[in-house]
Design a protein around this ligand. Structure first.
Ligand code: HEC
Ligand code: HEC
Ligand code: HEC
Ligand code: HEC
Ligand code: HEC
Length: 287
């Protein structure tokens, strides 16, 4: 049988294979980049909303707390979007003629909820829960960014699996005192700005994140006269200052932290955070 292709076409065929390979790789790379791009993740985009609600005005300007509107964030998986009634608490009196608020008044008179466009929206196959995160010392700002500075809401982080895992592998770098979860401007401890924490686990029997309390003002400077007269006692381990049976009255033992590393580790232990292995297992988020 005569050869259909001459020898030189071997090289050509090889080149075609190499080229096809390169194209496939390039395509894969592009798709991968695309999949992570803000165009797909919607990171940073302002959604079209029926009312241009400004967190900046209402949180920073008027000083409203997140819980005033997102009432269930500490006690359920959902933070919740406020009903029209919450807006009318104020807008029945102020800005009553503003065109911008027409959809709010309309909703109030017709009883039809305002249909807000979701900014954060995980796929249905992912389980997420606000309650556990905020009760274990992850601040709103860690995940949602400086909401108090957003005229219009946008997504600060990708909410992709890699982002969740990055924290689940090492939560201590993001842990803060639970009293600070709503604080938009929280800064981690430093030499100039130490944080003092104490844990009263035994007082409540069952240790919870709530039995840890922290302060950014030196507890030695604002304790009662009794404690002030023996400031060193504060630095001693609890066991030494606690007389059996009188644990209640013993001065609280505060520990001073000047880095996120130290404080994060302390909180990790006291909040009873599971190991990275447990927290990255598939069933945690895909049930
Ligand atoms: C006066 C009521 C009010 C207060 C106070 C408020 N919010 Fe909101 N929030 C809303 C409304 C209304 C929406 C829905 C419209 C939008 O997305 O802007 C919303 C949306 C959000 C969303 C996005 C929801 C989505 O669709 O994914 C986040 C995140 C959020 N708020 C966080 C916060 C945080 C953090 C605070 C405190 C710093 C706060 N909010 C305070 C009313 C409020
Ligand atoms: C605690 C009172 C209060 C509540 C609750 C409240 N607002 Fe307002 N809102 C104000 C005040 C005061 C202004 C005027 C702010 C300014 O211009 O500085 C305002 C302004 C606005 C404006 C005009 C644009 C702007 O931000 O200046 C819109 C739109 C608005 N509010 C929507 C809402 C919606 C929607 C809700 C419910 C989710 C709501 N507000 C809840 C007090 C409130
Ligand atoms: C660990 C990260 C994380 C923390 C901390 C966090 N959120 Fe969220 N938040 C999310 C994710 C993820 C979603 C999207 C949930 C979904 O689509 O099911 C979301 C959605 C929301 C929504 C939309 C409505 C809802 O319930 O799904 C609001 C409002 C909100 N968060 C407010 C808050 C407030 C207020 C705080 C602080 C008290 C907070 N979040 C803390 C990650 C977080
Ligand atoms: C900034 C840190 C951080 C980020 C980001 C984060 N988590 Fe978590 N997550 C935690 C911590 C801390 C816990 C509590 C672990 C514990 O108590 O053992 C937790 C617990 C959970 C749990 C366990 C709930 C339960 O009842 O057992 C789920 C589910 C979860 N996270 C889902 C997610 C998902 C989904 C995302 C991304 C959309 C996410 N988390 C992003 C820190 C984070
Ligand atoms: C901390 C929470 C968390 C854990 C743990 C987790 N996932 Fe995911 N996973 C997510 C989130 C969030 C998404 C949605 C990502 C998106 O919307 O882009 C996701 C998406 C996926 C997808 C869809 C494809 C994709 O990448 O979007 C697959 C498949 C998947 N996860 C498999 C796994 C497997 C297998 C494990 C265990 C090794 C695992 N996940 C552990 C949060 C988690």
């Amino acid at each position: 049988m005569p050869q259909i292709f001459d020898r030189s076409s071997n090289a050509l065929a090889r080149m075609c294979l190499v080229l096809t390979g390169l194209i496939v790789i390039a395509l894969g790379f592009t798709l991968d980049q695309l999949q992570r791009s803000p165009w797909v993740t919607r990171q940073g985009q302002r959604a079209d909303q029926p009312v241009p609600f400004s967190h900046k005005h209402h949180v920073q300007g008027l000083g409203l707390q997140c819980q005033y509107c997102h009432t269930t964030v500490e006690k359920s998986s959902y933070a919740g979007i406020p009903p029209t009634r919450t807006c009318m608490n104020c807008h029945a009196q102020i800005w009553t003629n503003a065109q911008l608020l027409e959809p709010v008044r309309n909703s109030w008179y017709t009883g039809q909820s305002i249909v807000w466009t979701k900014v954060h929206d995980l796929p249905d196959f992912v389980y997420f829960n606000h309650e556990i995160h905020v009760n274990k010392g992850i601040g709103c700002e860690t995940c949602h960014g400086r909401v108090d500075e957003m005229p219009l809401m946008f997504e600060q982080n990708t909410l992709q699996m890699e982002w969740c895992l990055d924290c689940h592998r090492n939560p201590s770098k993001n842990l803060r005192p639970t009293s600070e979860i709503y604080n938009m401007a929280w800064e981690e401890p430093s030499e100039d700005r130490p944080v003092w924490c104490t844990a009263v686990d035994d007082r409540y029997g069952v240790p919870t994140a709530q039995s840890v309390s922290c302060t950014t003002t030196d507890p030695a400077s604002n304790m009662g006269a009794a404690a002030a007269s023996q400031p060193l006692a504060l630095l001693r381990p609890a066991a030494l200052t606690t007389v059996a049976g009188t644990g209640e009255s013993a001065a609280l033992t505060y520990q001073k932290f000047t880095s996120q590393d130290e404080m994060g580790h302390y909180l990790l232990v006291h909040y009873k955070i599971r190991t990275p292995k447990d927290l990255t297992s598939c069933e945690v988020c895909h049930r």
